[in-house]
Ligand binder design. Structure first.
Ligand SMILES: Cc1cc2nc3c(=O)[nH]c(=O)nc-3n(C[C@H](O)[C@H](O)[C@H](O)COP(=O)(O)O)c2cc1C
Length: 169
C-alpha cells in the first residue's frame, strides 16, 4: 500500500475473524519491528508471540475485553530498560524504542490487511505471570494480530493548528 493510504487505513481493530495468520505474514510483521530505529541502536526490546487458541480465559486476565483473545495471535512488546540508552539527565529511552517497534509492527500488519489494536490498559502483574517475564523485562504494549471483523470509524483527530507551533518562523 502507498504510505499515505496505509496511515489513513490503519485503525484499532476491536473484532477479529478466527482465520489463521500465515507464518510468513507473522515473520514479516516481526521483521518490521526488528528494523525499527532505537536510541543508540541498543534494540532494548523483546517480542512475545502467543497463540490464543485454548488460552482465552487465562489471557483475559491480562485484558478482559473479548476481542483481546479473538485473533489467533497476541503480541506483547517488552522493554529491557537495563539495555536501553540513557540520556545524561537520566531519562531511559526503552519505552520510546518499544513504541517505535510496535508502530512498525502495526503498520506492517495493516499493509498485509491484518488488524491490530494497541493495548496499554492491561494488568501488568497478570502479564508478567502468564508470559513468565523476568523482573528486568517490562511489558509495555500488547496487540492482537488477526484479520479484522469490524469496520473503521472515521478518524477523530485534532487539527494541525492545535498540535503544531512554528517557532520563530
Ligand atoms: C499507547 C496506546 C495505548 C492504547 N491502549 C488501548 C487500550 O488499552 N485499549 C483499547 O481499546 N485501545 C487502546 N489504544 C487505541 C486508541 O484508543 C486508538 O489508537 C485511538 O482511539 C485512535 O483510534 P485509531 O487507532 O482507530 O485510529 C491505545 C493506543 C495507543 C497509541
Amino acid at each position: 500500500m502507498e504510505f499515505t493510504d496505509l496511515i489513513q487505513k490503519r485503525y484499532s481493530v476491536r473484532a477479529y475473524k478466527p482465520d489463521p495468520v500465515q507464518d510468513s505474514e507473522l515473520q514479516a510483521v516481526l521483521d518490521a519491528a526488528r528494523l525499527a530505529p532505537t536510541a543508540a541502536n541498543r534494540q532494548p526490546f523483546q517480542i512475545v508471540v502467543v497463540h490464543t487458541a485454548g488460552r482465552e480465559k487465562e489471557l483475559q486476565r491480562i485484558y478482559s475485553r473479548a476481542w483481546f483473545t479473538q485473533a489467533p495471535l497476541l503480541i506483547c512488546i517488552c522493554g529491557v530498560p537495563a539495555r536501553a540508552w540513557i540520556r545524561k539527565d537520566g531519562k531511559n529511552y526503552a519505552d520510546v524504542d518499544v513504541t517505535i517497534a510496535m508502530d512498525h509492527l502495526i503498520l506492517a500488519a495493516a499493509n498485509l490487511g491484518l488488524g491490530t489494536c494497541w493495548v496499554a490498559a492491561f494488568d501488568p502483574p497478570a502479564a508478567r505471570e502468564i508470559l513468565r517475564l523476568p523482573e528486568d523485562i517490562e511489558p509495555i504494549a500488547f496487540t492482537p494480530l488477526g484479520y479484522p471483523a469490524d469496520q473503521p470509524d472515521s478518524k477523530d483527530r485534532k487539527a494541525l493548528a492545535q498540535l503544531v507551533r512554528y517557532e520563530h518562523w
